[in-house]
Design a protein around this ligand. Structure first.
Ligand code: EPU
Length: 346
């Protein structure tokens, strides 16, 4: 266990916001976490406690006057396998993309489309990360947690996790912030079946002169990485948290109203009465793409991403967030909800 006092959080959030925590605790096993929680209950329980992951979905609005927990549980073990599938237990502190690569290298498939998404395995299970037609929740069989309130451990079966678009039970009001994910059990396939139905994926494969039947999982991973790198800024170069807003799910009547003015408005069907409208498109129509507000800006290649041009505070990003939300609401009567979690006082 490592304890860092008055610790800068700059390296712990991909926006690169230079907030400070009173104490940052890194633990590398469930036992270490339980030992720390015991100490916390005895000596520090008046201070707020926050568990972070890779910091790729966080916006610190102020310094954090309390304790931040960070997992370095990094073991991987196979629990079960047969000809078709494998069940793998993965430590929550492993970087999600490192596990995607590890899985492909071991002939375990299903995660390819989620390549290069930042963050840790534990947070991927909380956030139900998704991209290019895949969502991690569909590949998660079980999640093991420790309660931050009383140190009790619990296994959650897939059906208890309430996975839906960027949502799990751990984001519900009653459960939010109350658990540390320690291990995630993935169920992956031993036979590779590429998922190419999302947008331009099939054409990217064809552009490489690869027949979809001959496509390998590693080639698909490389295509996904290339696609993401074209549009999404590298957080190591320019601070950002990927998609800042969720794509709003609206009734088809709202889409029809938009289509009267924009017949080519993009959308994804959710069910017979609802569609998802890309927030990036809505923001672009409002003229925000590439625009700045102080040191915060809307990325010039993907309007869904807000960036820290250098030295921005959480409040600078929040100001831009509110201005973008207001423009979209005024023009489309749609309220954008942030995908990013705000921490601290605004
Ligand atoms: N669009 C614009 N202008 C923009 C951005 C998008 O017009 O500035 C339009 C384009 O027409 C495009 C459509 O919006 O066809 C959809 O855009 P894109 O395919 O880039 O995907 P997205 O809906 O913007 C979602 C996820 C991403 C994920 C991609 C690919 C959310 C909130 N975001 O973005 O996830 O990588 O699909 O599957 O669902 C993340 O969560 O951090 C993330 C990057």
């Amino acid at each position: 266990m490592e304890k860092l006092r008055n610790c800068s959080l700059k390296e712990y959030n991909t926006f690169g916001i230079d907030a400070t925590a009173d104490l940052l605790v890194k633990y590398s096993s469930e036992q270490e976490l339980l030992a720390f929680l015991d100490e916390y209950q005895r000596e520090m329980s008046h201070q707020p406690l926050l568990h972070i992951g890779g910091g790729s979905n966080l916006l610190f609005l102020s310094d954090f006057p309390g304790v931040i927990l960070f997992s370095e549980i990094k073991d991987i073990s196979v629990l079960f396998e047969d000809e078709e599938t494998v069940q793998v237990s993965v430590g929550a502190g492993i970087t999600h993309d490192d596990f995607v690569l590890y899985a492909i290298q071991h002939g375990w498939y299903g995660l390819e489309n989620l390549s290069l998404i930042p963050g840790q395995v534990g947070s991927s299970a909380v956030q139900n990360i998704g991209a290019y037609g895949a969502e991690v929740g569909n590949l998660i069989n079980k999640v093991y947690t420790v309660s931050l309130q009383d140190g009790s451990t619990r296994a959650w079966d897939h059906d208890e996790l309430s996975y839906s678009y960027r949502h799990s039970i751990f984001k519900d009001e009653a459960y939010r912030g109350k658990y540390a994910v320690c291990h995630v059990i993935f169920q992956l396939e031993k036979h590779f079946t590429p998922c190419l139905n999302y947008g331009g994926l099939m054409s990217s494969v064809q552009a490489k002169q690869i027949h979809p039947e001959n496509l390998s999982a590693m080639q698909l991973r490389d295509i996904i990485i290339e696609t993401r790198e074209k549009k999404l800024p590298d957080p190591k170069v320019i601070g950002n948290a990927g998609s800042f807003f969720m794509n709003p799910i609206v009734g088809v009547d709202v889409l029809h109203r938009i289509q009267e003015q924009y017949p080519k408005a993009p959308f994804y069907e959710v069910d017979s009465r609802h569609v998802k409208v890309p927030a990036g498109w809505l923001i672009e129509q409002c003229g925000w793409k590439g625009k700045s507000l102080g040191p915060a800006a809307v990325h010039d290649k993907q309007a869904l991403v807000l960036v820290n041009k250098g030295g921005a505070t959480g409040k600078d990003i929040l100001c831009l967030c509110k201005a973008v939300q207001q423009s979209v609401f005024e023009r489309f009567c749609i309220q954008l909800s942030p995908e990013v979690n705000f921490i601290g006082e605004s």
